[in-house]
Design a protein around this ligand. Structure first.
Ligand SMILES: Cc1cc2nc3c(=O)[nH]c(=O)nc-3n(C[C@H](O)[C@H](O)[C@H](O)COP(=O)(O)OP(=O)(O)OC[C@H]3O[C@@H](n4cnc5c(N)ncnc54)[C@H](O)[C@@H]3O)c2cc1C
Length: 368
């Protein structure tokens, strides 16, 4: 006998679990996750930063609309998920064009003297010519956010089924039929929250891909520079996004800000890419990297216009895309989850109509 529910969500990352939390008890929901625990892929590998001015205008609208829940206002936890960090954008002479573009239309990002940037981040090399500071940037407690969403979803009656890889999808009358982990599930609404595998899942359902491309992003943990307490340093990104760094439990997380296209997979860092990125970090600071304590990589998956895809397909009834969150999927999860829930529940979206339209999968010509 098939297991039936109102809404089947494929993917137990922040997108799928965030949606289940926002759907609440109004729909019976099952989340299908192929790994043996939630958050194993992109969600568990992020740099865990909230930066309001990160991304294009649509993303900045989503970032802004997510602050309330991230600050604890959504009823998912008694305290918020953000802690103050701040972010510096720093530029050498050849990065000034990118620096000016980053500042364009930014909210709460102030240009500051380079000397002030060096006071905040004492290892900045002296060939930097410009800096800006976003005081509101914050660390996100990703694990606590994921667990809070999961608790809310379970409290509302949702089920998370792990070790359940979706292997076949068909449409029978008004319902989607899905094979996963030796069971058959049926629901009128099917949500594709499969991260790097979003186009693969669409293919199983007989739908054309949207061109959602996974790109590898790596990170390394370095010991704190000799004799320095890094704990109050801001996150720092080069204006050309050639590297970024942030304190992480008394050490320094450094990313080469790599973006190599890969097939969906369990990603690992490439030694050469990591070494080249650490070299760029060394050239932008007064630090010599002598030891990497650990490193990892994850996939950031982008639609062709680098804007997330959230909305019902116009090719198949009841098929909702919630994918392509790129490097913003944690910080935008409240707004995207809420939008997906609004669409499923037939409510007027809380987001502005222009933002909803910019996220709609129908925007891709090849998709009709
Ligand atoms: C190094 C790095 C740094 C980042 N830093 C930040 C940051 O600072 N701030 C920020 O907001 N974002 C950041 N991101 C981006 C963020 O992590 C992602 O946008 C977000 O996690 C995407 O969530 P998701 O749920 O869509 O994907 P995922 O977490 O990948 O979840 C998708 C899930 O679908 C499952 N799945 C796939 N196919 C199937 C199937 N057939 N059957 C069942 N299950 C399936 C997978 O196992 C996976 O668990 C970063 C990402 C990386 C890699």
């Amino acid at each position: 006998m098939p297991i039936t529910c109102d809404c089947l969500i494929i993917g137990g990352g922040i997108a799928g679990i965030g949606l289940a939390a926002h759907l609440g008890a109004e729909r019976s929901t099952v989340i299908l996750e192929m790994e043996d625990a939630p958050g194993r892929h992109a969600t568990g590998r992020s740099a865990a930063i909230f930066i309001r001015n990160y991304g294009n205008a649509t993303l900045r609208a989503l970032n802004g609309a997510s602050v309330e829940v991230l600050s604890g206002g959504g009823g998912f936890a008694e305290t918020g998920f953000l802690s103050p960090r701040g972010e510096l954008v720093v530029a050498k002479a050849d990065e000034m064009e990118r620096f000016s573009a980053y500042l364009q239309g930014a909210d709460g990002l102030e240009e500051i003297p380079v000397a002030e940037a060096r006071r905040l981040f004492p290892i900045l090399s002296d060939d930097h010519v410009a800096a800006a500071h976003e005081a509101g940037a914050a660390d996100i407690d990703v694990d606590r956010l994921l667990q809070a969403y999961l608790r809310a979803a379970r409290h509302a009656g949702s089920r998370l089924v792990t070790s359940a890889r979706v292997s076949a999808i068909s449409r029978k009358g008004d319902v989607w039929r899905v094979e996963a982990g030796g069971e058959t599930y049926e629901a009128p609404v099917l949500v594709n929250a499969a991260g790097a595998w979003a186009d693969t899942v669409a293919g199983l359902a007989g739908l054309p891909p949207l061109g959602i491309q996974p790109y590898r992003r790596s990170a390394a943990i370095l010991p704190a520079p000799e004799g320095m307490d890094v704990s109050s340093w801001p996150a720092v990104v080069s204006a050309s996004e050639a590297w970024y760094a942030k304190p992480e439990a008394g050490k320094l997380l450094v990313s080469p800000a790599d973006e190599d296209p890969l097939e969906p997979q369990d990603a690992w860092p490439d030694d050469m890419v990591l070494a080249e990125g650490l070299d760029r970090f060394e050239k932008a600071t007064t630090v010599s990297v002598t030891r990497v304590e650990r490193s990892w990589a994850g996939l950031r998956s982008f639609a062709p216009d680098r804007t997330p895809v959230a909305g019902f397909s116009d090719r198949a009834d009841g098929f909702l895309w919630l994918a392509g969150q790129g490097g913003y999927g944690i910080q935008t999860s409240p707004a995207l989850s809420r939008l997906a829930a609004d669409l499923i529940l037939g409510r007027t979206p809380a987001l502005a109509p222009a933002v909803v339209a910019a996220l709609d999968p129908g925007r891709f010509n090849s998709y009709g």
